[in-house]
Write a protein that binds this ligand. Structure first.
Ligand SMILES: *[C@@H]1O[C@H](CO)[C@@H](O)[C@H](O)[C@H]1NC(C)=O
Ligand SMILES: *[C@@H]1O[C@H](CO)[C@@H](O)[C@H](O)[C@H]1NC(C)=O
Ligand SMILES: *[C@@H]1O[C@H](CO)[C@@H](O)[C@H](O)[C@H]1NC(C)=O
Ligand SMILES: *[C@@H]1O[C@H](CO)[C@@H](O)[C@H](O)[C@H]1NC(C)=O
Length: 645
């Protein structure tokens, strides 16, 4: 068994050093499926099986859009009188001071500098700062919140070095919402989607696919054009992310204003289980604000709850992030801009949480259309993957959606009016595409200003992984061509098979055994899993096997079996050979996993089953793996001490 031998070698000789790297490499065993042209079909967002999960999300305790303080266009701080009135605050009676917020130790800490007293209106020479106000008579603490000043930014490049937007020096802006599949956007963002389609003329890319499990690998592909496995030091938490070849570090970005911001510090793509950035990566960067707000309990007339996953006082993170983005856009209107704004808050935690974001997103898009020059801007609205954990993500359709993130794009009128380009983009909405292609598109646009003319039109290498979306992408593109690992390739049609056949049970047991080996090679505090039940099984046949489907179906459903058997004899072909996707539950812990395994009926025993990629944990494991430190092992470990108790 080629693959497993390879794995043993890695575990044996390099144990503890490149375990995580080896996991990613193991998955690359190109197969027939990977070379089959992709069959792009939109999924049904309202599939029957999702019904139980389509509940109304509960209202957040925070949905205010305004703070007590605001900056005018000249960078002068004022009190918003109507907000003050609402909270019964007379600002003339307050003594206020601000403290600039400084980063310490890269992305991990912030500190508050000395207090500077001020009275309003005033200019504040700090990008991120904390305001505290006491009542001048009673000394009561009336206000304590973190703020940002868009008009003063000690981290940004000099304003005069930023060039102007023109058709040949355009801007590119990415607005990302974590965990939103295309279907998920359809279900939860009807107003925004309507606006994007009908008022902004957005293209809707049906064939966008993820290239890695969670946010990090997909954002690395998007922002560097390379696989995260090319950067083991950063990926494995040994080095800061500063060393990655991000788009914003390209030489041609010296005259472009940049922003990169996420709204939840603790799960940010380059910080969650990662080192983050040593230096501020872009001109505008939200993280110091985000870290600072978690350092003290906010006060607005009274003490407000501690910041949680959604709320900072009466404001939610998505609103705050959009406000920060608006500020960046306003300050740099008509100037060249590049950036990515990424909301982890709006959709990450509950299946229908995203619904709450529709109004805010619509309001933002409307504001942008009315206030920001879009004549020379490419605006991309996107996600990294679908909803990943628990609930609906365990359904068959939920798992398909997971691989099909949302992607829409608004292109400037001068590109759209070029018939060649317009037609190419429109066709590409039905092609297999990935974050690698998006990278190349953005790179070309920022570097060359306009769409570069390809050498011979369509006549580029068929297997080109990074393709410019403004040029035709072949319909025969395969997952291998597009750089999509086997595990996430959903190009083919699946055939559901019965979950109680001996073969399916054997395959599931084989995956369980693989999981047990992954943990036992590293740990002895984890329980050995046994197969409890199989929840779903499907198979994809390679092109050669497709001829064989009637008999294969026969094997799964006896009603067809009779005719199947009439058509061909049982044992003339390798009827069972194919790639099986099995979702199953194990004991202890009722853990749910999903695994991919190739079965080759007529191979030698040792070669018959091959694990593809690495099995995925589908339910929340919480504290079950508290006894292991290695994060890559956490999904696979059920600590034995939990059984004893
Ligand atoms: C002040 O707050 C009100 C809502 O209370 C809002 O409508 C208004 O736009 C805010 N003004 C400024 C300048 O932010
Ligand atoms: C349209 O774009 C293509 C590709 O960049 C270019 O070759 C062509 O000259 C453009 N046509 C017009 C009318 O500008
Ligand atoms: C097959 O799935 C059904 C429905 O989920 C379940 O009741 C049954 O136990 C499963 N069979 C096996 C062999 O796991
Ligand atoms: C997890 O469980 C272990 C063992 O029961 C316990 O010692 C630990 O405090 C728990 N941690 C959390 C965060 O609940």
């Amino acid at each position: 068994m080629r693959l497993r031998t390879f794995k043993r070698i890695i575990f044996g000789s390099l144990f503890g050093i490149v375990v995580i790297v080896s996991f990613t490499d193991i998955s690359f065993v190109p197969s027939g499926v990977m070379h089959t042209p992709c069959n792009i079909q939109p999924m049904d967002p309202w599939d029957e099986s999702l019904k139980p999960y389509l509940v109304k999300p509960k209202k957040l305790a925070c949905s205010d859009k305004f703070d007590l303080f605001y900056f005018d266009y000249h960078g002068i701080l004022h009190v918003n009188e109507s907000v003050a009135m609402h909270y019964n605050i007379l600002h003339e009676e307050l003594n206020c001071a601000y403290q600039p917020i400084k980063r310490l130790d890269g992305d991990s800490e912030v500190v508050f500098a000395d207090k500077v007293r001020f009275s309003l209106p005033t200019a504040i020479k700090s990008h991120v700062f904390r305001i505290t106000c006491h009542h001048s008579m009673t000394q009561k603490l009336v206000y304590d919140m973190t703020h940002f000043n868009p008009f003063w930014n000690e981290y940004a490049k000099l304003k005069k070095t930023v060039g102007h937007e023109t058709p040949s020096t355009p801007s590119v802006l990415l607005l990302g919402l974590d965990s939103v599949s295309r279907s998920h956007a359809t279900r939860n963002l009807p107003k925004s989607l309507n606006f994007l389609r009908n008022e902004m003329g957005a293209y809707d890319f049906v064939g966008y696919r993820k290239v890695g499990e969670n946010t990090y690998p997909n954002l690395v592909a998007l922002l560097t054009g390379k696989s995260h496995s090319s950067f083991p030091f950063v990926t494995n938490n040994w080095a800061y992310a500063d060393s990655l070849p991000f788009l914003w570090k390209e030489p041609f970005m010296k005259s472009v204003a940049t922003v990169y911001s996420e709204d939840r510090a603790e799960i940010a793509a380059f910080n969650y289980i990662k080192r983050g950035f040593e230096k501020v990566p872009t001109d505008y960067y939200f993280r110091p604000y985000n870290l600072a707000l978690h350092k003290f309990q906010p006060v607005l007339n009274e003490q407000l709850p501690k910041p949680d996953m959604d709320c900072y006082g009466y404001r939610n993170y998505f609103e705050l992030l959009l406000q920060y983005f608006k500020c960046f856009l306003q300050v740099n209107n008509y100037k060249r801009k590049f950036g990515i704004i990424w909301s982890n808050q709006v959709a990450h935690e509950e299946f229908t949480a995203l619904k709450r974001g529709d109004e805010s997103l619509l309001e933002f898009l409307t504001w942008m259309k009315n206030n920001i020059n879009m004549q020379n801007t490419i605006l991309v609205i996107l996600s990294d993957h679908g909803y990943r954990i628990g609930g609906a993500s365990l359904t068959h359709i939920g798992r398909e959606e997971n691989n099909n993130p949302w992607l829409m794009m608004i292109v400037p009128p001068h590109l759209k009016s070029n018939v060649t380009i317009e037609r190419a983009i429109r066709k590409n909405t039905q092609r297999l595409i990935t974050p690698f292609d998006l990278y190349q598109t953005i790179y070309d646009i920022l570097k060359y200003g306009n769409v570069p003319v390809p050498v011979h039109g369509n006549d580029v290498k068929p297997s080109l992984t990074r393709r410019n979306l403004f040029h035709p992408i072949p319909s025969f593109r395969t997952c291998t061509d597009a750089g999509i690992p086997d595990y996430y390739c959903t190009c083919h049609e699946k055939t559901m098979v019965a979950n109680n056949s001996e073969l399916v049970k054997d395959l599931a047991k084989y995956i369980v055994q693989t999981i047990n080996e992954i943990v036992s090679a590293n740990e002895n505090s984890c329980a050995t899993f046994t197969l409890l039940k199989i929840r779903e099984a499907s198979v994809v046949y390679s092109p050669k096997d497709k001829l064989n489907i009637p008999t294969k179906l026969a094997n799964a459903w006896t009603s067809i079996g009779y005719f199947g058997k009439l058509l061909r004899s049982e044992n003339d072909l390798d009827q069972l050979t194919g790639r099986y996707n099995i979702m199953f539950m194990v004991s202890p812990g009722d853990a749910v996993f999903d695994g991919l395994v190739d079965f080759s009926q007529f191979s030698d025993d040792a070669e018959r089953m091959t694990i593809i990629g690495q099995p995925t944990r589908l339910d929340r494991y919480g504290n079950q793996s508290h006894c292991v430190d290695q994060l890559s092992l956490k999904p696979y470990c059920y600590c034995t001490d939990l059984i004893a108790s």
